[in-house]
Design a protein around this ligand. Sequence first.
Ligand code: GTP
Ligand code: MG
Length: 137
Amino acid sequence: SNVTFTMIKPDAVKNGNIGNILQMINNAGFRIVAMKYTKLSLEQAGKFYEVHSARPFYGELTEFMSSGPIVAAILEKENAVADFRTLIGATNPAEAAEGTIRKKYATSIGENAVHGSDSDENALIEGSFFFSGLERF
Ligand code: GTP
Ligand code: MG
């Protein structure tokens, strides 16, 4: 598939990095198919990250993701899922490669600036969590 789903997380929104991150996404050749500025409730964050519900950091993760506004977007590009994960870098910014979004803008393994889908299947599920068909262009 040629789409992936991303969120600019509450830390990056608070730090004023929406514009910087969107510029990196555009410069890497992704087209924005859908985008919204919104805020998750704790319950919605819990549902979005349900796949991680058994992990020890689930509570911390869902509290963080509902702590402030985010930007959610669907992105299109050839090989979108893998190329976007390369662009964002490792989960832990200490391990993220130079030039990646997390190397530049993440502060910790939990507050790591951006989300990127990990498979084509999850890209569709996650995109549909935020957007209806009428909101994609
Ligand atoms: P996403 O693109 O956000 O899914 O990140 P990822 O695929 O690189 O990591 P993963 O799916 O394994 O974990 C999801 C999110 O949980 C991460 O992006 C972090 O925000 C958070 N997370 C992962 N590991 C830890 C941890 O050890 N501690 C805390 N507090 N948060 C973590
Ligand atoms: Mg993940």
